[in-house]
Design a protein around this ligand. Sequence first.
Ligand SMILES: C[S@@+](CC[C@H](N)C(=O)[O-])C[C@H]1O[C@@H](n2cnc3c(N)ncnc32)[C@H](O)[C@@H]1O
Length: 243
Amino acid sequence: MAKKVNPYKDSDQSKKDQVTKMFDTISKEYDGLNRVISFGIDVKWRNKVVKLVGEKNPANILDIATGTGDLAISLTSTSAKEIIGLDISDGMLEVGRQKINNKNLDGIISMVIGDSEDLPFEDNTFDAITVAFGVRNFENLEKGLSEILRVLKPNGIFVILETSVPTNPIYKFGYKTYSKFILPTIGKLFSKDRVAYKYLSESASVFPYGEALNNILRKIGFINVVDKPQTMGVATIYTASKA
Ligand SMILES: C[S@@+](CC[C@H](N)C(=O)[O-])C[C@H]1O[C@@H](n2cnc3c(N)ncnc32)[C@H](O)[C@@H]1O
């Protein structure tokens, strides 16, 4: 069971409400700061997700926790004729809607407000489902994953991109130093929400990764679960399917 880390330590609100408020607050700065704190490598990781999904020739894709829609936009290079980006933060979705509109992609991508733990779709709806840097923000990880399994079609592909912790001690030391000291400082200096980037690094350090997350996925009922660590293990791409 993942340790619960909430954005605002003194708040009485649920994790879900706190996460929604935090992403609404940082929505306009999210894309810029994201590129800076990941040195732009996040783009490369998302492209790998697109390649894995594209190989399955999906007709439709659900991108959960789509945020400002970068992954949903990149997924338009696959065969999919319909892509739904779902997120709980209307602030993040609004930034995404603008980008989609500017790229004339409204015909393919729709941005929908919703909760990963109560998905507004029928069983067996999607050929592919993706979540990039979203699962560790779910209030109830297992409920969110069960909902994903429910709406995925049999033989469909589920891909998670999430932060992880390097296993090599030298890389791990560098990663811990960066995420404990440098990342929160960047957040404090440049973000509208001083605690947001502290939450993002704290939640990353306690979230299950590698075999631990594989086992959670298997327990929920996913099959063919594989994890692929990226860039010294600071992020991992997980692929899974449904029987
Ligand atoms: C770190 S951002 C990632 C955004 C985007 N996928 C990306 O790769 O940049 C996490 C997103 O998860 C969303 N989120 C958190 N909990 C959620 C939930 N229960 N249902 C849907 N979206 C959620 C947040 O609103 C936020 O936009």
